[in-house]
Design a protein around this ligand. Structure first.
Ligand SMILES: Nc1ncnc2c1ncn2[C@@H]1O[C@H](COP(=O)(O)OP(=O)(O)OP(=O)(O)O)[C@@H](O)[C@H]1O
Length: 265
């Protein structure tokens, strides 16, 4: 990670602190998210992952330090410019209105000035790509309020993908998905990174993180306690330190297998 990156799509937090309700939640966080890479953000419940992702999205002001996009302070960007540059999938998102699935995905085009009832061809194409990638084409006309939790999660991911932003921040996008869709969504996120986007994914599944992440960052108690390639970070000792569990860690020909196995004896 290098601060002050020249890329327009690199997102960097420098000495970032965030407070909520007068309580320090994040302290001295230095991390960067680069185009072309998938970063998995891990950590125990309450560690500050959502808070960090919201700060990276420009939705929470730093108490100290700053977040920069391509070298520019995020706070200096207009709301629309920021929304075009950074797509954010919140944790456990909901939709309040009985909109058809396709209309919900099309909301991802609003930062580009799209009129919900009169999408331009480019907007239609982006919506179609996002729906195909998340396997929700068959749900297009269904009300988003009448979906299962996993179906709704894929619709909301499609809305974030439809933005086609340079930076994609996803808070627990696979937590409610069945195994096939977990793998499919991770494939999609990896492909987004390979197309040049900077992708950060908050997750709890160490096996998926080890399989798919280019880099892993672990938060604990509001501080980054580890950053690096999965093999460097998800060692038995690293997992034990971060999560207080014993894990099976095995090198395989096709990747790294990491499986939380039992509580420490
Ligand atoms: N609005 C708020 N006001 C005060 N404290 C908050 C607020 N939102 C979150 N917190 C606290 O901040 C800490 C970090 O919360 P955060 O949601 O960032 O954790 P997380 O790592 O995403 O957790 P999880 O894995 O459970 O989703 C927690 O202790 C939480 O109770």
């Amino acid at each position: 990670m290098s601060a002050g990156t020249p890329s327009a799509h690199s997102l960097t937090a420098q000495d970032l602190a965030v407070s909520l309700a007068g309580r320090a939640i994040l302290s001295e966080v230095d991390c960067a998210l680069h185009p072309g890479e998938l970063l998995a953000l891990l950590g125990p419940n309450g560690a500050g992952k959502t808070t960090l992702v919201r700060a990276l999205a420009g939705l929470l002001p730093p108490a100290a330090g700053q977040v920069r996009l391509g070298g520019r302070d995020l706070a200096a960007l207009g709301r629309h410019e920021r929304a075009r540059a950074i797509a954010y999938l919140p944790q456990g998102g909901t939709v309040a209105w009985p909109l058809p699935v396709k209309a919900v995905v099309a909301l991802g085009r609003l930062p580009h000035g799209a009129e919900p009832d009169a999408l331009a061809p480019g907007d239609h194409a982006a919506v179609a790509r996002a729906m195909r990638a998340t396997d929700i084409e068959a749900l297009a006309e269904r009300s988003v309020l009448a979906l299962s939790g996993g179906e709704r999660a894929r619709v909301l991911l499609a809305r974030a993908l439809a933005v086609e932003a340079g930076v994609l921040l996803c808070d627990e996008p696979v937590a409610t998905l069945d195994p096939q869709h977990q793998l499919a969504v991770m494939d999609v996120l990896k492909a987004e990174a390979r197309q040049g986007r900077a992708v950060a994914v908050v997750m709890h599944d160490l096996a998926l993180a080890a399989r798919f992440a280019d880099r892993i960052a672990i938060l604990k108690g509001g501080r980054l306690v580890a950053q690096g390639a999965p093999r460097e970070v998800l060692t038995r000792a690293g997992v034990a330190h971060a999560f207080a569990v014993e894990a099976l860690v095995e090198e395989r020909d096709d990747g790294l297998l990491v499986l939380p196995w039992r509580l420490p004896r």
